[in-house]
Design a protein around this ligand. Sequence first.
Ligand SMILES: C[S@@+](CC[C@H](N)C(=O)[O-])C[C@H]1O[C@@H](n2cnc3c(N)ncnc32)[C@H](O)[C@@H]1O
Length: 278
Amino acid sequence: MNNTLQTSAPRPVTPVGILAQQLESLVKAAKEQTDLPAEFQQNLEQAWQLAAGLDPYLEGCTTSESSALTALATKTAREGWNQRFQDGTTVRHLEQEMLSGHVEGQTLKMFVHMTKAKRILEIGMFTGYSALAMAEALPVDGELVACEVDPYTAEFAQAEFAKSTDGSKIRVEVGSALETLDKLAAAGEPFDFVFIDADKKEYVQYFQTLLEKNLLTPSGFICVDNTLLQGQVYLEAERQTPNGEAIAKFNDFVAADTRVEQVLLPLRDGLTIIRRVS
Ligand SMILES: C[S@@+](CC[C@H](N)C(=O)[O-])C[C@H]1O[C@@H](n2cnc3c(N)ncnc32)[C@H](O)[C@@H]1O
């Protein structure tokens, strides 16, 4: 097998995706139990369909992604990320499931249109799906600065950006996001729209830096990904991974911060929208 070709389908990484997978296993197990009432089996089957049908329905009702985004997502899915990490090509263990994808990409793109943002900051770019989706909504003189710590992934993304007319609006900053934020703050160029999607354990620091170092325009918005973290934020603490614990702390931190108001949308793995009020 080619080392760079990954053929496995992405595993579920959202609360609804995990729920659908668990219900599917229960439906299969229940079918083997001949003594279960038919009504129980039917209700279980309906519960599975309710969960499993949601994402495909959302996809079908959402405007299609551009051909550049389809190509980028396909190339990301085919990359052998495990192998790349094992042989030291990437500095972090990356995986195709990190890519936000069609519905979230179109949501971010819609937010950029709605806010008429001209300067966007992305913290955590991976192969560039969300960056390119947002860049597609920027005016020709708009700019998106994307932070990525992994040089291999940054190059991967830049090769895809070069194939799109919107790719020229994206400037990639390779390095630790916190260091890049300090550099951007020193340059004194605030952003209208920020998308946080890098190291979950650093989310509070990203948020604080954005507000305290004036990286966000007074009427700017911050969108934060994975704020449900596969449901771990509302499941019992013993079932939380370190990332789940970090996101639960981040959500509490934002909820208690009187400088902002926010809403957590149950889109994909949770997307919080934040705006400054003072
Ligand atoms: C979830 S992925 C981003 C997905 C991307 N926004 C998308 O929607 O396709 C997170 C990315 O953040 C990068 N990252 C993690 N920690 C970082 C850090 N401290 N500084 C910069 N980038 C970081 C990882 O290398 C990874 O590529």
